[in-house]
Write a protein that binds this ligand. Structure first.
Ligand code: EPU
Length: 335
């Protein structure tokens, strides 16, 4: 166990908070040892890419560094791959693509770790973690026992799972097993940006999974700030899902308002658009701001506190509420 550790390198917002008790664990046994040697409560940290610290954590910080990527079973068209919870997500994606395993190429360059990915069911460009996850192993922080959760047991939703709700704070995800394709890949190409970038790159038709991964890396790099340069946590808010009538009302004044139809008849409205319409895009407030290329991303230009970022988020929520009658919900965990 280490004491009085700065979490600056461990959170992508780049906030200089201090953990009084800190333990980086490298295996399940090591985690059990950490639970015996350190005081509760516990905060499990992956890549720190979805957390806004507004104060020093009032918990022992356990940093997941369980590694390993292992092929468990190979079938005719698919493969099951077990990955340690501490593996960096993009390293896993690059490895899968290099092996010719399909399914996660659209999720290239998402910050964070494999163990954190199921918590918010990460997603991008038409694919979500739930589409490729077979099962996961989670260690109960109270008993030290390992529980298996299959895909259904995780109660996945849009940026949501049981680990953000009923099971919040109870487990540490120590491994995730994916079902990936080795032939007849199911390519997700519906997202307009992907088609355009593949064409710009001169990719073959149909493209390979490596072409898609490269296209996604190019799109993300052009829109989203690199956390190593400008502190951020990707999308700060979720895209709100509303009744169709709300969109109809908005379109009376804004006929071009973008929206996606949901299977249940409701609609999802891009929060980035709502925020941009309220005049926040590219606006700087002290050391924080709303990113100039993607209004859904809040940034730390250097020296910001978590409290400042939270205040900016509240100001944005209030103005979207006032102008459109829609309450934005943070996607990021505010601690
Ligand atoms: N838009 C604007 N102004 C902006 C940003 C967006 O008007 O400043 C509108 C545009 O109409 C644009 C639409 O919003 O066409 C969608 O924008 P974008 O494709 O950038 O995606 P997003 O809805 O803002 C979501 C995810 C991202 C994911 C992308 C691509 C959420 C909360 N965010 O963003 O995920 O990469 O789609 O699939 O669902 C993340 O979760 O951290 C994240 C980056």
């Amino acid at each position: 166990m280490q004491q009085h550790v700065s979490l600056l390198p461990y959170n992508t917002f780049g906030l200089p908070v201090i953990a009084e008790h800190f333990y980086a664990f490298h295996s399940v046994e090591d985690l059990r040892l950490a639970l015996r040697q350190t005081p509760p409560p516990y905060l499990i940290l992956g890549g720190g890419s979805n957390m806004l610290f507004t104060q020093n954590p009032q918990a022992t910080v356990l940093k997941n560094e369980i590694g390993g990527m292992e092929v468990l079973r190979t079938f005719k068209n698919k493969v099951w791959v077990k990955v340690g919870g501490g593996v960096v997500w993009h390293d896993f994606v690059l490895w899968a693509v290099a092996q010719g395993f399909g399914g996660v190429e659209n999720l290239s360059l998402i910050p964070g770790t494999v163990g954190a990915a199921p918590v918010q069911n990460i997603g991008a460009y038409g694919v979500e973690l739930k589409d490729v996850m077979l099962r996961l192993e989670a260690l109960d922080l109270t008993s030290g026992m390992i529980w298996n959760f299959d895909n259904e047991a995780c109660h996945f939703g849009y940026r949501d799972s049981i680990f953000k709700r009923e099971a919040k704070g109870r487990y540490c995800i120590v491994s995730v097993t994916f079902s990936l394709t080795i032939a007849q890949h199911r390519l997700a190409l519906s997202y307009g940006d992907i088609q355009r970038t593949l064409a710009e790159h001169g990719a073959p038709n149909p493209p390979g999974i490596a072409d898609i991964s490269k296209a996604v890396v190019a799109i993300r790099s052009s829109k989203l700030p690199d956390p190593a340069k400008i502190g951020n946590c990707g999308s700060f808010f979720k895209n709100p899902e509303t009744e169709r009538a709300v969109l109809d009302r908005i379109r009376q004044n804004h006929p071009q308002a973008p929206a996606y139809e949901l299977p249940d008849g409701r609609v999802k409205i891009p929060a980035g658009w709502l925020i941009e319409q309220c005049g926040w895009k590219g606006k700087r407030v002290g050391n924080t701001g709303c990113y100039e290329k993607q209004a859904l991303v809040l940034v730390n230009y250097g020296g910001a506190t978590g409290e400042e970022v939270k205040n900016l988020a509240h100001a944005i929520i209030a103005s979207v509420q006032e102008k459109f009658g829609i309450t934005l919900e943070p996607e990021v965990n505010i601690l």
